[in-house]
Write a protein that binds this ligand. Structure first.
Ligand code: NIG
Ligand code: FE
Length: 430
């Protein structure tokens, strides 16, 4: 039979306490749709090479796929590979010095005004070779995979010159080639106004022009990014500058995202909605009009509670109000050297439940289907259903509610992207 001929590539994941399928519509989930994570018991998952082929009883799948290899999940829980839809994963030196400065009372923006923060990572990245950045990021992204993540969005944004932004995006392209993880590249040349362009209004405009007329065309021509992003924030990019940059990016064929209303309510969410951005991220300071605008749009609200925790802020994004307004919510780490150096997406699920008041099902949908939607990938990843990519995570827990419960712990036993192992723990899977 034809199936036997292919059996080398067919695998059954057996002996799971639960399979958290997240199965359903291949698009962002809103409102009550976020409450159904599709948890099934007594089922196995069949994959063929890089695709999921079936979810069903072991007896049936053994008949359907004779000769398939079997992987024993040891009573663990299988989820779709987690989707981390917002990271700044390519950087050099970690910025632990700023943590103590904040503890002593300096706030994030004050550190930036003194030339620290993003500027400090920019100075550092400009001195680092492509090979060094690649090796640092390779090991760091494998840490993300070790916590259950199989898709990672990675932004540039610590270069802020044409050469250094392209250098960063080439590193991201090499990572996508070298790692089994699925990597989505984002151009964030508008992460800060570089210090050398902050002197006068004309030199500031000169940098915006450089992004629009040189960086975006070069990024698009080299197919080096799928998304463009801007840090739209008081003291960084204004709404008008953000609109100009993102409109140019869209005209060049890039999809768009926005760091919006992270620290102050500055019209970022409204701009994201009006431009048809795929996602608006952060939103801790979103206004009522911002919520109303997103509710009328297709934009995913990506919340990053790890950032607020690490910055010592108590004000979180109004997740419940966003969900109640029918806005699809995603959760991500914001993995970066300044405001969120955690690779642990399950910890962000914990914060989603304890700080944002999500249910476990909502938090899981936010880090799978809705994370996929935040990357315009909801048609191929984020659920365990026939036809979807074989991107899976296996956790050493018996119930999905344990995932945000053992907070800070790493219960991940293995992750697979496109059917290939990204990570297996010492516990191993046989
Ligand atoms: O998402 N807000 C801007 N960018 C990052 C911080 C990056 C940094 O401090 O290096 C963020 O929080
Ligand atoms: Fe960010």
């Amino acid at each position: 039979m034809a199936t036997t001929a292919h059996s080398a590539q067919q695998t059954l994941f057996t002996n799971a306490s639960q399979v958290v399928t997240c199965a359903g519509a291949a698009r962002a989930r809103r409102g009550p749709e976020m409450s159904d994570a599709g948890v099934r018991t007594d089922v196995c998952v069949a994959i063929d090479a890089d695709r999921i082929t079936a979810v069903g009883a072991l007896r049936d799948l053994r008949v359907q796929f004779p000769g398939a290899r079997e992987i024993d999940c040891r009573g663990g829980v299988i989820t779709p590979g987690l989707v981390d839809s917002h990271t700044h994963g390519v950087f050099g030196r970690p910025r632990y010095d700023e943590q103590e400065m904040r503890a002593a009372g300096l706030d994030y923006m004050e550190i930036a005004r003194r030339g620290g923060g993003i500027h400090s990572s920019v100075r550092d990245l400009r001195t680092q070779s492509e090979d060094t950045l690649f090796e640092l990021a390779r090991l760091r992204l494998l840490r993300l995979a070790s916590f259950g993540t199989t898709t990672v969005e990675v932004k540039s944004g610590y270069g802020l010159t044409l050469a250094d932004e392209l250098k960063t995006l080439r590193v991201i392209a090499r990572l996508a080639e070298a790692l089994p993880l699925r990597i989505v590249p984002t151009f964030l040349g508008a992460h800060e106004i570089p210090l050398e362009h902050r002197g006068t209004a004309a030199s500031r405009q000169g940098y915006v022009d450089l992004i629009v007329h040189e960086m975006i065309p070069a990024v698009a021509a080299g197919k080096l990014a799928r998304f463009a992003d801007v840090f739209c924030e008081t003291g960084v990019y204004t709404v008008d500058e953000s609109r100009a940059i993102l409109s140019a990016a869209r005209a060049a064929g890039l999809l768009i995202k926005l760091h919006a209303d992270e620290l102050t309510s500055s019209g970022g969410a409204e701009l994201a909605a009006s431009l048809g951005a795929t996602s608006a991220d952060h939103l801790a300071a979103i206004s009522d009009t911002g919520i109303a605008a997103l509710a009328q749009s297709a934009t995913v609200a990506t919340l990053l509670p790890g950032t607020m925790l690490f910055l010592g802020k108590t004000k979180h994004a109004p997740a419940r109000r966003l969900i109640d307004a029918g806005i699809p919510v995603a959760l991500a780490t914001d993995f970066n050297p300044g405001t969120s150096p955690t690779p642990n997406l399950p910890l962000v699920l914990t914060l989603g439940v304890s700080q944002l008041h999500l249910s476990v099902a909502e938090a899981v949908i936010a880090a799978t289907v809705n994370g996929a939607a935040a990357l315009a990938l909801a048609d191929r990843i984020g659920q365990i259903a026939p036809g979807f990519a074989a991107d899976l995570a296996v956790f050493d827990v018996r119930d999905v509610r344990e995932l945000p419960y053992w907070y800070g712990d790493n219960r991940c036993i293995a992750t697979f992207a496109r059917g290939k192992a990204c990570y297996t723990s010492d516990l191993g899977l046989t």
